[in-house]
Design a protein around this ligand. Structure first.
Ligand code: MN
Ligand code: MN
Length: 453
């Protein structure tokens, strides 16, 4: 198989750079699944999408969105064909690895106030120490009032950090195995160091006082809160040629953004187009905001019901069976510093376009949906006809490790599904790297897929 740089297909590089300027803005506004959901809604509304619940009758060409519990959004453009004949779905996820505050987080030790955390998703713990973190999330009061908190993203805000040991005293630490250098319980976040004027828990009390004054939050409100610590630094162009994007959370907001852009530009498609931006992929897609939730099926049921007067369950079943899906999630680009974990013939390469994977999984393809050859052929044709730069890939060497995506849960609904997405370097690190041309090619692929009949 000959390999080609995707840049060779680009006549005017400015188009790619401009596209990625928008992508960078999207990342900076989407550091949590909640922020990503509300920013995606803003963009969708500006592109003419209406709240699904406010529409009673759907007709071809109409654009709608529905939000699930503030953390997951689905968008659709109604096709000329009935939805029962199948829809074209792109599914990506908008949750990323991070540190979550525990439900009882606040304590003090050695003249400092600290927050206990429980990490979310697969992280290398040492990467999350000694970097600036923003605290973003919501506290929900007993009366249902939702208090938005965002500390760190504004330039004048303070930030947070998890401390690390100085090299001068790290003799014991340096001898440890990487896995055991930091335990989960070591990832405590520094939150303050001024004592309050009281007898007990002086340092903790200062933090409680500030939270009360600025946010009307009491200590007990942490119980019904979702606070996430995410990297404070913003997305930037990377390299002398500015050919790459370095940022937190590109897994998988790079596929979310490209899928969203593609559906926003889809007008009167033959098949109904759906873009699903899921939560909870990084921890197994469980729960009612993850891809395993019935929320998706319920949405499709209502989509059909709002187009006809005689809705029946068999119409939903037919719609699912006749559909196809791109499970769009990032993959590993071959890293010149860590070549030994990848098999060169079947690796994704940075700058060679959007990467497809027939299967994911680990140890003998365990835990994968494995796209059918007939479906892979169909997708190949769609991509080649649209002049998209794409590559076929596998995540690392056999038995080196592995991973999964939402693909298997979509495929279980009897939908033809294949994995695809943008290859990344430093995946799951606080600072991930993508090639701008791959980002652009993912968008081109999704646009072609939505237009397919
Ligand atoms: Mn992912
Ligand atoms: Mn991931």
């Amino acid at each position: 198989m000959e390999r080609h740089s995707a840049w060779d297909k680009i006549k005017d590089k400015k188009i790619v750079f401009r596209f990625c300027d928008e992508y960078i803005k999207y990342l900076d506004n989407s550091k949590t699944e909640r922020l990503c959901t509300s920013y995606s809604r803003r963009l969708a509304e500006a592109a003419g999408f209406k709240d699904f619940d406010s529409v009673t009758q759907l007709k071809a060409g109409m654009k709608v969105y529905k939000i699930n519990r503030g953390k997951n959004i689905v968008l659709a453009v109604i096709g000329k064909d009935k939805t029962e004949t199948g829809f074209n779905l792109v599914a990506a996820h908008i949750d990323s690895p991070r540190l979550d505050l525990k439900q009882i987080p606040l304590y003090e030790d050695s003249n400092m106030a600290l927050f206990k955390t429980h990490y979310y998703g697969g992280i290398k713990k040492y990467q999350w120490t000694a970097i600036p973190l923003s605290l973003i999330g919501v506290a929900v009061l007993q009366d249902g009032t939702v208090i938005d908190v965002n500390i760190g993203e504004n330039e004048t805000d303070p930030v947070f950090t998890v401390t690390d040991l100085l090299p001068h005293l790290a003799a014991d630490q340096m001898d440890k195995k990487m896995r055991s250098v930091f335990t989960g319980e070591d990832l405590n976040v520094l939150a303050g160091s001024i004592p309050a004027d009281c007898e007990k828990d002086k340092y903790k009390q200062t933090i409680i006082d500030i939270l009360k004054e600025k946010y009307q939050i009491d200590e007990e409100d942490f119980i019904s809160a979702e606070f996430e610590l995410v990297p404070n630094f913003n997305a930037r162009s990377l390299g002398l040629d500015s050919s790459m994007v370095a940022a937190y959370g590109q897994d998988d907001r790079v596929c979310a953004f490209t899928a969203l852009k593609a559906i926003m530009e889809t007008e009167k498609p033959q098949k109904t187009s759906i873009c699903y931006l899921a939560d909870k992929e990084e921890i197994g897609s469980m729960g009612n905001t993850g891809m395993q939730s019935r929320f998706f099926e319920n949405f499709v049921a209502h989509l059909i019901e709002k187009q006809c007067k005689n809705y029946s369950d068999i119409m939903l079943r037919d719609a699912l069976s006749n559909s196809m899906c791109l499970s769009s999630d990032v993959t590993c680009a071959l890293d010149p510093n860590y070549k030994s974990v990848s098999e060169p013939l079947n690796s994704a390469y940075l700058g060679e376009g959007v990467a497809f994977a027939k299967f994911t999984g680990a140890r003998g393809k365990s835990g994968t949906s494995d796209a059918n050859a007939e479906f892979v052929a169909k997708i190949r044709k769609i991509l080649n006809d649209a002049n998209v730069a794409w590559q076929m890939s596998e995540l690392g060497k056999v038995d080196q490790g592995g991973g999964g995506t939402v693909a298997q849960y979509v495929a279980n609904l009897d939908i033809d599904t294949i994995d695809c997405g943008v290859p990344l370097l430093s995946m799951h690190a606080p600072y991930e790297v993508a090639s701008k041309v791959d980002v652009y090619m993912a968008y081109k692929a999704y646009k072609a897929f939505y237009a397919a009949e």
